[in-house]
Design a protein around this ligand. Structure first.
Ligand SMILES: [Mg+2]
Length: 219
């Protein structure tokens, strides 16, 4: 089984957050005739992704600025659901197709704070990735606490903490993904005694077990 992280591995979460906050700022700025930069600076500073989700944040903004909640909620759904697949890294989809084609099972394994469970479901749905994977686990505690076959599975992850925990749980097939605009994570040196294969794109992950028997292109 390939357990693959979602945020910042398969999906460009930072870009989504930027687009959502930008959309909220635009709507409030237009409705209330407030300078865009001013409102954007406030919104960016006050959004805390560990304690807020976009929906609760939209609610509090609608109260603060006295505009209807739906004026923020509808464009939010358009970003996350209707246009959600634009945040999925294209190389990730190709990789999932390759796994399927070579007879491997895949599972999106994603951690969120409990408050973000419903938002994560929306992101997953909008991402367009669900049709390419066999399973999805969304967990609210450390992934390494799950009863998984750590030794015989492959883990693909961007979070240094999760990579260290996987290793310490017995995982030896770990791939680190370093995507652009994820410097907080990518600059960190791992505190484990081995080197982890590290890639900026899934296209570069080439292992014997993933090579196709024939030269058919992946559709
Ligand atoms: Mg991640």
């Amino acid at each position: 089984m390939y357990y693959i992280d979602f945020d910042n591995t398969l999906y460009e979460t930072g870009k989504l957050t930027k687009d959502v906050l930008n959309s909220f700022s635009n709507i409030i700025s237009t409705q209330k005739q407030i300078n865009f930069q001013e409102i954007y600076a406030y919104i960016k500073d006050s959004f805390n992704s560990t304690t807020d989700n976009f929906i609760s944040f939209a609610k509090s903004l609608s109260i603060k600025y006295n505009i209807s909640f739906n004026q923020l909620y509808n464009p939010l759904m358009e970003i996350i659901i209707t246009n959600g697949s634009q945040y999925t890294f294209p190389d990730a989809i190709n990789f999932l197709k390759k796994l399927k084609k070579t007879g491997h099972k895949s599972c999106i394994l994603t951690f969120v704070f409990p408050k973000n469970l419903s938002q994560q479901a929306l992101k997953l749905t909008g991402s367009g990735l669900l049709e390419y994977v066999d399973e999805v686990y969304t967990v609210t505690s450390s992934k390494s606490k799950l009863h998984l076959d750590f030794e015989n599975s492959t883990f693909i992850e961007d979070s240094p903490k999760e990579i260290e925990d996987f290793y310490n749980s017995g995982a030896r097939n770990i791939i680190r993904i370093i995507k652009p605009n994820n410097e907080k994570r990518t600059s960190k040196k791992l505190n484990i005694p081995v080197e982890i294969p590290t890639f900026t794109t899934f296209d570069d992950i080439i292992t014997p077990e993933l090579s196709l028997n024939d030269e058919k292109t992946i559709e």
